[in-house]
Design a binder for this molecule. Structure first.
Ligand SMILES: [Fe+2]
Ligand SMILES: [Fe+2]
Length: 197
């Protein structure tokens, strides 16, 4: 009972030393890429769900435009995962269904519902990318120049999507804050498990 925390402490210190001397550990890097891929995959499924409901409405082209950018994000992370031999999360089948269901169900509330979902999800993804940018910058910015460039570019796209949602009346949805918080709680849980499983 007394020894256990000491062992964990030594391991943490060793990991920290490793991080300082050689950039992020392989395990940390794999987690990072796995969760990014999962996020882009989920985002694609959300927009697919929104399009299934609102594709023929006046909002269709706007959603399609954001979806097209998500397709590019996902294909880039597919490439990065293959290049680095990182396995995707085992939960892709779940994100496939959950993403589509979230996109379609919020779109059933109307354009404002879809936009509220977009604001919530894109804010979460932007914050997630920002924390990764901080971690890479603190670790070894020169070594990760290319990855940093990709993540910064995608973060900017996600922020544009977030702003698009706000510009298209997300906040006028009744129960907006409740829905936004619920979706963001789900995003946090999805990020947590996608890094690990
Ligand atoms: Fe994206
Ligand atoms: Fe996005």
């Amino acid at each position: 009972m007394v020894q256990r925390p000491a062992i964990i402490g030594r391991r943490r210190k060793a990991r920290l030393r490793h991080k300082c001397a050689f950039g992020l550990s392989k395990e940390m890097m794999h987690r990072m890429l796995r969760v990014d891929h999962a996020g882009e995959y989920g985002a694609n499924r959300i927009y697919a769900g929104q399009m299934a409901v609102l594709g023929r409405s006046r909002t269709g082209p706007l959603i399609q435009q954001m979806w097209d950018q998500e397709k590019k994000h996902l294909s880039k992370f597919n490439e990065i995962l293959a290049e680095n031999r990182v396995r995707p999360t085992a939960l892709l089948p779940l994100w496939n269904l959950a993403g589509f269901a979230l996109g379609a169900s919020t779109a059933l509330l109307g354009k404002e519902g879809a936009m509220a979902c977009t604001v919530a999800v894109e804010e979460s993804i932007s914050e997630h990318y920002n924390s990764q940018i901080r971690a890479l910058m603190e670790s070894d910015p020169e070594r990760y120049t290319e990855l940093l460039q990709v993540i910064k570019e995608f973060r900017d796209d996600e922020m544009d999507h977030h702003d698009t949602g706000l510009e298209h009346d997300a906040e006028s949805l009744p129960g907006y804050w409740l829905l936004k918080n619920a979706i963001q709680l789900g995003c946090k849980a999805a990020i947590y498990v996608s890094q690990r499983v």
